[in-house]
Design a protein around this ligand. Structure first.
Ligand SMILES: [Zn+2]
Length: 267
């Protein structure tokens, strides 16, 4: 390997490591969002506290992953168990940011997708726990995603991609809006509200990514639902946390869409 190549590889590893650490920190913030937004509490004040005894956590008790391990998953004051959900969201946040920075590198696209990944992680958890897709989170994601996308389009002079993104977002929204109007039980309005976030992000990469992401979301959703129904852990009439599958579909499409592009022209 040439010296220059070695330097580039080393810089890439350093960059991805930094982004992973950032993802873990963002995951820690998302835990606050996931806990407080459905309860309609402020996400800024007060400082993080134990949900059981309400004691404010010290900085040392609030370090992502590390504190969970050091405290052995128990609150120091009341000894109530700390949910494994906290370190889980932090680890997944780290994985998402690592995958994003590995895939996009140091580009204008990266911040857009990091915002989308982080937002979808929070929404997946709230949807999984309580079948909720809170609008406060959806609008927060949109209000960051859109300006970042406009900044990236300006910097790269790629306005046609932005127009494609807007059209995909509109079409996806209309499709879900119609499905919701026909059967609100089949598709909740939370998923309708979420659709522009997905349509913008995937449409920006290309129309093919939208179809591929939507296909993957439904494939994964169908396989898991059928598995749960077959093993009698879910009934046929139970609602599924669709936002989880839509998020998974988006993530997989972002990472694998370019592989298909090599096989199909105009993808
Ligand atoms: Zn406590």
């Amino acid at each position: 390997m040439l010296k220059r190549e070695k330097d580039v590889t080393r810089m890439r590893i350093v960059f991805i490591s930094y982004m992973t650490a950032l993802g873990i920190a963002v995951g820690s913030f998302l835990n606050v969002v996931i806990y407080r937004v459905p309860l309609k509490l402020s996400i800024i004040r007060p400082r993080s506290f134990c949900p059981s005894c309400k004691t404010t956590l010290t900085t040392m008790q609030n370090i992502p992953i590390v504190s969970y391990v050091v405290l052995r998953a128990k609150c120091r004051h009341c000894h109530a168990a700390i949910s494994w959900q906290y370190p889980c969201v932090e680890v997944v946040g780290g994985i998402l940011f690592a995958a994003g920075s590995w895939h996009f590198g140091f580009t204008w696209q990266l911040p857009v997708f990091l915002v989308v990944f982080a937002g979808l992680l929070a929404l997946s958890v709230t949807d999984f726990l309580s079948l909720l897709v809170p609008k406060r989170i959806v609008y927060a994601v949109l209000s960051l995603e859109l300006p970042l996308m406009i900044a990236a389009s300006t910097a790269n002079h790629e306005w046609s991609k932005f127009v494609t993104a807007l059209i995909c977002a509109a079409v996806w929204f209309l499709l879900f809006f119609t499905l919701n109007a026909l059967s609100p039980r089949l598709l909740g309005f939370g998923d309708v509200r979420l659709s522009p976030v997905l349509g913008l992000a995937l449409g920006w990469l290309g129309v093919g990514y939208v179809f591929w992401g939507f296909f993957l979301a439904n494939l994964v959703g169908a396989v898991i639902s059928l598995g749960l129904i077959a093993s009698k852990r879910m009934t046929r009439n139970q609602r599924i946390p669709y936002a989880v599958f839509l998020s998974l579909g988006l993530f997989l499409s972002v990472l694998t869409g370019h592989l298909l592009a090599g096989h199909y022209r105009g993808f």
